[in-house]
Ligand binder design. Structure first.
Ligand code: NI
Length: 256
C-alpha cells in the first residue's frame, strides 16, 4: 500500500513526545508522501526545515485564518522566500474560519485575498481552509477564476458549491469527517467528484476517522479516509489510493 496524506500537522505539539517514532511508523505503514501545512510564518519555516530532513515530507507555507491578526507586516515577503525552497510546494493553509472567529473577519478576508494573489504571482497552488465561510470563500475564488488553483482542504461544502470549484479547476480533499456516521451529504459529494480531482488527507492530529475517533490522528489513518472514498465510489481501495496519490503529485508538482 502506498498512500499520500495531502494535509497534516506533524509539527503540532501533539507529536512533541514521539514525533520521530510516528514519522518512522507512518512510513512503514505505507505513507509514501505527506504534506505538512503551515499555519504561521514560524511553523511554515519549520515545515520547510522538516522537509529537508525527510524525503517523503513536503511543506506548504501560509498564514492560517486563526493567525491572520497576528501576522507581521512583511508576512508576504517572508512567505515568498519560503516558497522559493524546492520542497515548499504550496501556499497554505489559508482561508476563512467563521466558526471560531479567532481573527476579525475583515482581517481574515484581507489576509486570504493577499495570499491568493501572491500564489497567483508565484504560480503556486493554494490549500484552502473554509469553515462556515462558504459564501465568502466562493466569492473570493470566483473573483480569481482561471488564475487561482489548488485544493479545498477538508471539504465541508455542498454538492452545488463543489461543482463550482471543480469548474474552476480546483481539487477537493476529504478528511476524517467523510467517515462519520452523519456524513451522508459529504459522501454524496465524494461520490460525485471525478477520480482525477479528488484527494484524501488526515489534517492530523485533528479529525480522527472512524473507527479510531477519540485517539490522536496521524497520517497513516489516511488509509481509512481512502477506504471510505473507495466505498462512496464503488471502487477498490487500491484504485482510490492510486488516484489520490497521483492527484496529490499533480496538484503540488511533485515528480517521480
Ligand atoms: Ni490543517
Amino acid at each position: 500500500m502506498k498512500v499520500f496524506d495531502t494535509h497534516a500537522h506533524l509539527l503540532s505539539d501533539a507529536f512533541d513526545e514521539d514525533r520521530e517514532q510516528v514519522i518512522a511508523r507512518i512510513q512503514s505503514a505505507g505513507v509514501c508522501l505527506c504534506m505538512e501545512a503551515g499555519t504561521t510564518l514560524e511553523d511554515s519555516a519549520k515545515a520547510v526545515e522538516q522537509s529537508e530532513r525527510y524525503d517523503f515530507l513536503y511543506a506548504a507555507a501560509g498564514i492560517h485564518p486563526h493567525e491572520a491578526e497576528e501576522a507581521p507586516e512583511n508576512a508576504l515577503d517572508q512567505l515568498e522566500k519560503l516558497l522559493a525552497h524546492p520542497k515548499c510546494k504550496a501556499l497554505g493553509e489559508i482561508g476563512l474560519d467563521y466558526h471560531y472567529d479567532f481573527s476579525p473577519r475583515e482581517i481574515q478576508r484581507r489576509m486570504f485575498a493577499e495570499q491568493l494573489d501572491l500564489a497567483i504571482a508565484l504560480d503556486k497552488p493554494v490549500i484552502i481552509h473554509d469553515r462556515e465561510a462558504h459564501a465568502d470563500t466562493l466569492s473570493l475564488l470566483t473573483a480569481r477564476k482561471g488564475k487561482s488553483k489548488g485544493i479545498l482542504h477538508c471539504y465541508s461544502g455542498s454538492l452545488e458549491d463543489a461543482k463550482k470549484y471543480l469548474d474552476m479547476g480546483f481539487y477537493l480533499s476529504f478528511a476524517g469527517p467523510l467517515t462519520f456516521k452523519n456524513a451522508h451529504k459529504l459522501q454524496q459529494v465524494a461520490a460525485y467528484v471525478p477520480l482525477d480531482r479528488v484527494l484524501c488527507e488526515t489534517d492530523s492530529p485533528y479529525l480522527t476517522p472512524v473507527p479510531k475517533r477519540g485517539q490522536r490522528n496521524d497520517p497513516a489513518n489516511v488509509a481509512l479516509v481512502i477506504e471510505q472514498l473507495a466505498q462512496c465510489k464503488g471502487i477498490a481501495f487500491d484504485e482510490a489510493a492510486q488516484h489520490t496519490l497521483e492527484n496529490g503529485k499533480a496538484v503540488f508538482g511533485i515528480e517521480g
